[in-house]
Write a protein that binds this ligand. Structure first.
Ligand SMILES: Cc1ncc(COP(=O)(O)O)c(C=O)c1O
Length: 408
């Protein structure tokens, strides 16, 4: 019997172990766990005792604090991440805010990679710093050296950066963070736990936008945090008090999405790797970035750390953002939209979306040169996706009066 590679087989088992429905095989019991769309729960004397003694850790009383459907989704996330405990919260940004607020002591210092999601950077620069915390930024490549880190409480990175797909050397950065006395928080939105499990490599806390691969259907905004029970309980307090809880319907939909995460990731990985290889044979592209291509600067690290390269491919065309627009406008199957990780393939021009508020000079420093397009490769037939890209690239070149130099 063929077996999926280790990471995927583990993930399938984790999903079955995590869902409450799998644990109750009574006659007539539902295969799919029913949604508990209730704000409040009966206040029996046991619940009141628990509220008094633990603040309600072991019971349900009010959905902003805890809800059975949200906890089921959190159990699956914990199992997938190899974490003691996890939380499902309102959005990726709620997860990031909760984790940072829970970990920073009064006057604490956070060091983040330059290559992080722009809204996370804005949160750090505009709000975390305003509240009196120290925030410093270093290029991802320098974070593995503890000398550069200095004393810190939190080191914050992402597994794969947006949109250049630089891979964090998680074991080296975790070791450097720990030497500096800091905890390592890592956003694994772009890889998903199917492709990389940062907790096993030394990270202390995972945060992610479940809006992307974890849910995978572009119909839920949610976030997750995973790690050791003590840390998660601290984050839970912040999430509850800042009102950043997930709605039960979002948790229910997330549970549905999580059930197919391993098989979806397998297809995202395979299609993106194949497309990146095919695209890199075109002579009219300045760059094809994909971590598992031999031409990628982190290729060696990627082959060591990643079970799969994920579904993101970044390309750069000559002629700057105008040329990128001509190509984007000609794509028929791949749709222009922000976000990523859904079943449908998407394209965006980072200079006009995720990095709109970043100066051209800063974008160049991050390697995001004019003409860059980011592709989120979905679950469509990869041949259809390649045909769509080929016709858009060749059609845009012809419209601009350039010869068709596709070299396949
Ligand atoms: C890497 C990364 N982290 C966090 C977020 C924020 O997630 P959400 O939109 O669910 O708040 C995003 C959103 O695009 C992201 O790309």
């Amino acid at each position: 019997m063929p077996r999926d590679h280790e990471g995927l087989a583990d993930a399938s088992l984790a999903i079955h172990a995590g869902t409450g429905a799998a644990r109750s095989f009574r006659p007539g019991s539902p295969v799919v766990e029913p949604i508990v769309q209730s704000v409040n729960f009966a206040l029996t004397s046991d619940v009141v005792d628990d509220l008094v003694t633990t603040g309600g850790r072991n019971s349900y009383s009010y959905t902003r604090t805890a809800n059975p459907t949200t906890e089921s989704a959190a159990r699956v996330v914990a199992a997938l991440e190899g974490a003691e405990r996890a939380l499902v919260v309102a959005s990726g940004m709620a997860a990031i805010t909760g984790a940072i607020m829970a970990l920073l002591p009064p006057g604490g210092r956070l060091v983040a990679a330059d290559e992080i999601y722009r809204d996370t950077a804005h949160l750090l620069d505009q709000h975390v710093e305003r509240l009196g915390f120290g925030v410093s930024r270093l290029p991802l490549a320098q974070l593995a050296g503890s000398a550069e880190l200095g004393p810190a409480d939190v080191v914050y990175i992402e597994t794969l950066s947006n949109p250049m797909l630089r891979l964090a050397d998680v074991p080296a950065i975790a070791a450097a963070a720990h030497r500096a006395g800091a905890r390592l928080v890592i956003d694994d939105t772009f890889t998903s736990p199917v492709n990389l499990k940062p907790l096993a490599l030394g990270a202390d806390l995972i945060v992610a936008s479940a809006t992307k691969y974890l849910n995978g259907h572009s119909d839920v905004v949610a976030g997750v945090v995973a790690g050791r029970a003590g840390l998660i309980e601290s984050v839970r307090d912040v999430v509850s008090l800042t009102g950043a809880c997930a709605d039960p319907l979002a948790s229910f939909l997330l549970l549905r999405g999580l059930r197919t995460l391993p098989i979806r990731m397998m297809r995202h990985n395979a299609s993106a790797l194949w497309l990146a290889g095919e695209l890199s044979r075109r002579a009219d592209l300045e760059l094809v970035a994909y971590p598992l291509l031999a031409s990628h600067p982190d290729h060696e690290l990627a082959t060591r750390l990643l079970a799969g390269g994920s579904g993101m491919v970044t390309i750069r065309v000559p002629g700057g953002d105008e040329a990128a627009h001509r190509i984007q406008d000609r794509l028929r199957l791949i749709r222009p939209a922000t976000s990523l990780g859904g079943v449908e393939s998407l394209v965006c021009i980072p200079a006009e979306t995720s990095h709109l508020t970043v100066s051209e000079a800063e974008r160049a420093r991050l390697g995001i040169l004019p003409g860059t397009l980011r592709l989120s490769i979905g679950l469509e037939d990869p041949g259809d996706l390649l045909r769509d890209l080929d016709q858009a690239l060749s059609g845009a070149a012809a419209a601009a009066g350039q010869p068709d130099v596709a070299a396949r």
